[in-house]
Design a protein. Sequence first.
Length: 364
Amino acid sequence: MDQKKIGSFLKELRKEKDITQDELADILGVSYQSVSRWETGTCYPDMELLPAISDFFGVTIDKLLGVNENIEREKVAQYLSRFQEAISQGKVYDCIAIAREGVAEYPNNFALLNKLMYALFVAGDDDGNIPEWKENKEKYDAEITALGERMMKYCPDQDIRLEATARLAFNHCEMGRKEIGRTIYESLPSAEFCKENQMWWSLAENEKLPFLRKKIKQDYEALKSSIWLLADSGCISDEQSVIAIKKVFELEKIVYDNAITSDSWGAAKLQLDIAKLYARLGNISEAVEHLKIGATAAKAFDKRPEEQFLSSILLGDMTDKKIDFETSDTRTLCEIMHDKWLSFPEFDQLRNADEFKEIINILC
């Protein structure tokens, strides 16, 4: 960024507004000497002032800083594409490197800042196969917090800002700062008044069908997640949890017209969860049966094509792309199930059974 060009542009904008340096200084809450130094190219405005300056003059921050927006848009898209390819393969450290490279080139691009925050958070996730995840949680905590607070305060893109805000709250909770996390969560808008629940009345006729199908998919995913949390929370009995997960299976059939393929990661995980519950309840035959279904789903997931097409009345035509899947684990799902999921103590009583060996054979 060229300080003199930025200063010259600021001066040009101020003169178009027909205001003095003193008047601009009063509006921004700084000294007129600061404005003078900006315009002469002696220094940049403070980062925290950029949103106020851009809002006042009606220009983007990138334009204010002399960034070619078309070139930035193309290059950022390339960074995001590389990031998505890496995260679909569980290459978390590659994701961090890609995001850092992008942020170094475009330090005020919130899409890249959000990806960096996400990658740093995932590097401390115990759900993947990163041996040093505990160290990463501590190592990246301050940077995650700083990125989240910056986006929460300054990001003009509502979707990115809310995503970063929710992740910031979650990170505080994960690090034992639940009161801070709770306060941030409570600052988020109510679902009742979000755009997905209010926009219907403003839509043109040709917008209504895609809007409704997208909303049904979002509501279905939210309900499925809530039911799973209920079953996994320990708030209800194991018997009730089994019934809850079965409700998810029924819901899936309704939404997907019984046509959903069995090769999703979520399908394998749900089968494992209900198998754990049956094992705890002493129902070995049901536990084994669901493990077999889960192993078959895991194998199908690992062999899925780059793209697959689904269709249902409620959701319409859908394309499931392999690259859209995000994970913090470089292993195949069969390897994860074999190495991690089947090691749960609930399955100790099954290990010597022939049926358990069949499950291992499916995975291998």
